[in-house]
Design a protein around this ligand. Structure first.
Ligand SMILES: C[S@@+](CC[C@H](N)C(=O)[O-])C[C@H]1O[C@@H](n2cnc3c(N)ncnc32)[C@H](O)[C@@H]1O
Length: 188
C-alpha cells in the first residue's frame, strides 16, 4: 500500500463508509488493493458488490488475479474500460468507456482513485459531472488524493458548478473527501 495504491488510512475510510452506507453497489475508478478491501468490507456486511473500472489492460489482469487470490470473485469484478474521448461542457476529456459505465446505475458508493494524474490535467474532474445522476438517492462519492493541486481544482469546480453538493474532508495522509448531494438530483 501507498504509492499508486491507497494508503492504510484511506483503507480505513473505505471500510468505515462501506459499513455506514451498507451499499448494494459500489463502483470504483482505478482498481487494486482498494477493490479487495472494499470487497472484504462488503462481505462483512453480508450483501453488496463492487465493480471496478480499470483503463489499463495489464493492471486489470493483476487486479483480477489479486481478487481471485483472496477468493472474492463473487463480490468484486474488474471491468476493462479503456479511456476514450468525452465531450463535457465544450471541453474534451479522456474518460472510462461509456459502454462500461452505462450498465452501472443506482450506485450507493463511488470510489474515485483513477485515472492517474499523468493522463491529463484535472484527470478526475469528469467523475462527478458524469456519475452524479447514476448515484442512488443516498449515494456518496469518496475521492482519494485530494491534497493534490489538480484534485483541489476539481473540487473547486464541482462546488462552483453543482449547487447541491456537500464536501466532507476526511484528513488522510493523501487527502480524502466525501461528496454528497443535499438537494434534488440534477437534470440528466
Ligand atoms: C491511483 S491508481 C489506483 C490504485 C488502486 N485504487 C489501489 O488501491 O491499488 C490509478 C491507476 O494507476 C494504475 N496503476 C496502479 N498501480 C500502478 C503501479 N504500481 N504502477 C503503474 N500504474 C499503476 C492503474 O491503471 C490504476 O487504475
Amino acid at each position: 500500500m501507498r504509492g499508486y495504491a491507497i494508503s492504510p488510512d484511506f483503507a480505513c475510510e473505505l471500510v468505515r463508509i462501506v459499513r455506514e452506507l451498507e451499499p448494494d453497489l459500489v463502483v470504483e475508478f482505478g482498481s487494486g488493493v482498494s477493490t479487495v478491501i472494499s470487497a472484504y468490507a462488503l462481505s462483512r456486511n453480508g450483501h453488496g458488490r463492487i465493480v471496478s473500472l480499470e483503463h489499463d489492460a495489464n493492471w486489470c489482469a493483476s487486479s483480477r488475479a489479486l481478487i481471485a487470490e483472496h477468493g472474492l470473485e463473487s463480490i468484486a469484478e474488474v471491468v476493462h474500460a479503456p479511456l476514450t474521448p468525452l465531450d463535457l461542457h465544450g471541453e474534451r476529456w479522456l474518460w472510462y468507456d461509456v459502454h462500461a459505465i452505462e450498465p452501472l446505475d443506482s450506485i450507493d458508493l463511488l470510489v474515485v482513485d483513477g485515472p492517474p494524474g499523468h493522463i491529463q490535467s484535472l484527470a478526475r474532474y469528469p467523475s462527478v459531472p458524469v456519475m452524479l445522476e447514476r448515484l442512488s438517492p443516498e449515494g456518496a462519492i469518496l475521492l482519494d488524493d485530494t491534497d493534490r493541486e489538480d484534485e483541489q481544482k476539481a473540487l473547486e469546480r464541482w462546488s462552483r458548478e453543482i449547487e447541491s453538493l456537500t464536501f466532507e474532508d476526511r484528513r488522510t495522509e493523501k487527502g480524502a473527501v466525501i461528496v454528497r448531494r443535499n438537494g434534488p438530483h440534477p437534470a440528466p
